[in-house]
Design a protein around this ligand. Structure first.
Ligand SMILES: Nc1nc2c(ncn2[C@@H]2O[C@H](COP(=O)(O)OP(=O)(O)OP(=O)(O)O)[C@@H](O)[C@H]2O)c(=O)[nH]1
Ligand SMILES: [Mg+2]
Length: 297
């Protein structure tokens, strides 16, 4: 599925972000720990690299993610040049305290009373940027909400020690190279509901759960993952919940919403939708398809 979600206000927000970056020392790039690589916006990366700003990648929402896979992703990001990665949950008191020391360590030239650290918090929509800003300020000043595009304009906040925190609107990019990334962004509710079809996203989610988290399907719905395919998962969810459309047919649409909500709320347990290995596989398949297309054309 091609997910194109690039509302008009983001074009302006992107220009503003590029300007503000000139004044910032470090980019704190907030990612969703359940889809860490899919939630990297390549445009943010390009802007940051052009300005030669270091990045602290924050894998947020680790309370919802598979801990072992989070460890693998942290190692993967930490192997990149100019990048440090940490995992945290803004829902757990005190965890955000790791962020500023780690950001400061990336900009050692900004030590001293006249050189206040300037931190720009960036990322795709709904990953928890404003929640993190509030946690660092220890105040609820930035609006937050479980909807993409809550923050509409860039805003600067000052900590008591003079550190600047710049909260930015979530940024998407015009074309997602890996179609599966679009599905992961949608499953994690990082793009607006108008950009995708629940059933398509839920079917992709069901396939990942079936293969990698069969016990979650067994525990919640009594599904034997070895016995069904992805649409079969939705069918079983519908049966279990008595979701019938007119005429008694299976209501895949409602079952999709149930599965997505159960996953997003954590009711299915701690789940990560991609691993470094699954991502490398998807990229290799894309490259092979591209090479094939090139040879044909
Ligand atoms: N479970 C969990 N939820 C979180 C965490 N951090 C943020 N959230 C939730 O994620 C949702 C989005 O949070 P925001 O802070 O508004 O996200 P944002 O990145 O500022 O979003 P935009 O401004 O729309 O780009 C809210 O419902 C938060 O409560 C976390 O660590 N764990
Ligand atoms: Mg926000």
């Amino acid at each position: 599925m091609a997910i194109n979600w690039f509302p008009g206000h983001m074009v302006a927000a992107q220009k503003k972000a590029a300007d503000a970056l000139a004044e910032a020392d470090v980019v704190v790039e907030v990612l969703d720990a359940r889809s860490p690589a899919a939630s990297v916006n390549p445009m943010i990366n390009a802007m940051r690299v052009a300005r030669q700003r270091p990045a602290l990648k924050v894998l947020n929402k680790i309370d919802l993610a598979d801990p072992a896979v989070t460890e693998a992703w942290l190692a993967w990001f930490n192997a990149q040049q100019g990048v440090r990665a940490i995992g945290l949950s803004c829902k757990q008191a005190g965890e955000s305290a790791k962020v500023l020391p780690a950001a400061r360590a990336l900009a050692p030239h900004r030590e001293g009373p006249l050189k206040r650290l300037r931190v720009m918090v960036m990322g795709v929509p709904n990953v928890g940027k404003s929640t993190l800003v509030n946690a660092l300020l220890n105040r609820r000043v930035a609006a937050v909400g479980d909807e993409p595009a809550v923050t509409k304009a860039q805003k600067r906040y000052e900590l008591t020690d003079g550190t600047w925190l710049i909260d930015t609107p979530g940024l998407m990019w015009p074309k997602i190279a890996l179609p599966s990334d679009g599905l992961l962004l949608a499953a994690n509710h990082l793009v607006g509901v108008n950009a995708y079809i629940d059933e398509e996203v839920a079917t992709a989610l069901a396939e990942i759960l079936r293969l990698r988290y069969p016990q979650a399907l067994g525990g919640r719905y009594g599904i034997d993952a070895g016995e069904v395919d992805a649409p079969g998962v939705l069918e079983a969810v519908a049966q279990r919940r008595g979701l019938r459309a007119k005429g008694g047919a299976v209501d895949y649409e409602k079952a999709s919403v149930v599965l997505l909500n159960d996953y997003r709320s954590g009711a299915l347990g701690r789940i990560t939708l991609e691993t470094p290995a699954s991502r490398e596989g998807a990229l290799a398949a894309l490259a092979a398809a591209g090479a094939g297309a090139g040879a044909d054309g």
